[in-house]
Design a protein around this ligand. Sequence first.
Ligand SMILES: [Zn+2]
Length: 409
Amino acid sequence: MPEINGERVLADLRALKALAPYEGGVHRPTLSPEHVASLKWLAAELGAIGHETKLDGIANVFGISKAKGPKLLGGSHLESQNHAGWLDGPLGVVYALEAARAIAADPAFADCGVDVISCCDEEGHFGNFLGSRSSIGDVDEAAIDSAADRTTGTPLRRALAAAGLAGVPRHVLDPKRYVGFLEAHIEQGDWLEANDLKIGVVTKIVGIRQYLITTEGMQNHAGTTRMAIRRDAGVAAARIAVAISDHFPGIAGERTVWTMGRMAYDPGAPSVIPGGAELVLQMRDPENAVLDRLEVAAKEIVADADKSGPCRASIRQTRRTEPAAMAQNFMDAVRDAAEALVPGKHVDMPSGAGHDAMVFSAHMPAGMLFVPSIGGISHHWTENTSDADIVLGARVYLDAVARLLKAAR
Ligand SMILES: [Zn+2]
């Protein structure tokens, strides 16, 4: 069997962290100089094992194996959220890199290869999975023209030019080349840690639905308007939020989560009765049937509020991503690998966060595995995983890759 070098995996992750240090974590937003340095680091490492490397026109990195037989695509992303953790993304890229090295070095797998991809902007500084979507031909030039950094406002075109990528063609993968895509990631929650488990076998990536709920009342003076005649849009929005919070637990699935992460009043002043309000509702679940049920309930709550007055209320969907099922043979390979290396210490589980594997799963078999996150913390610089769990995850990843390549011979 091919073997990973655990010390090298840890050294690679620390090298990537050292390119963008921030408070023990990293600050590596998409196309920042630190991000571009990490992409060049990866391309150099892939070149060193004889892979053909490309840093393409949307800052995806590809390492392409010259093997003639079965090939697997592995990877994740290298950019971070602002002021965030060191493992969200790089873990999956380094596992794929190490698996590519191990497969390339094993004469028993001489015919096989692991191609590696670092998908640009999984973290959504500029858009919605632009890198992975571009790599399967699902992003047009107009989408790049219109994208801008959500923090700085810098247009994507200008950021790409600053990285030396203006006019560089974008590389599109041929899904038929691969047995499929395997992504490792930190869990970003505390399910594994809380249950003393080491590996999560991802079954599905949740679907996400988002809605804008709007209420409309009458803006007026907070001191002179009698309570009885007020049409306070802020109170109406708050009532809807409470009704949703009270009603959803009774109809939600076991893994459903919902968030009302933004409420805004118009005009939002202490001495003015709000004339309008906006409430954003987001919900996630691995099953469309559950999301359908919640959507019906949310619409009923808003319709009831609209009917009973005194404010108007409406709801419209602003985002929908479908739940993505992982391929059965990929789930089996990860589960068998985990059972071989840490018997009984793995669990099948959905992913509550979106990942590039979701994009690839529509075009080729795809799978994911999770390693524990200490305290379930992520998108924060204290995000961490123990060295032992990082190394174990890399072993499980390579074992699963070897199983999938063997089965494809
Ligand atoms: Zn990530």
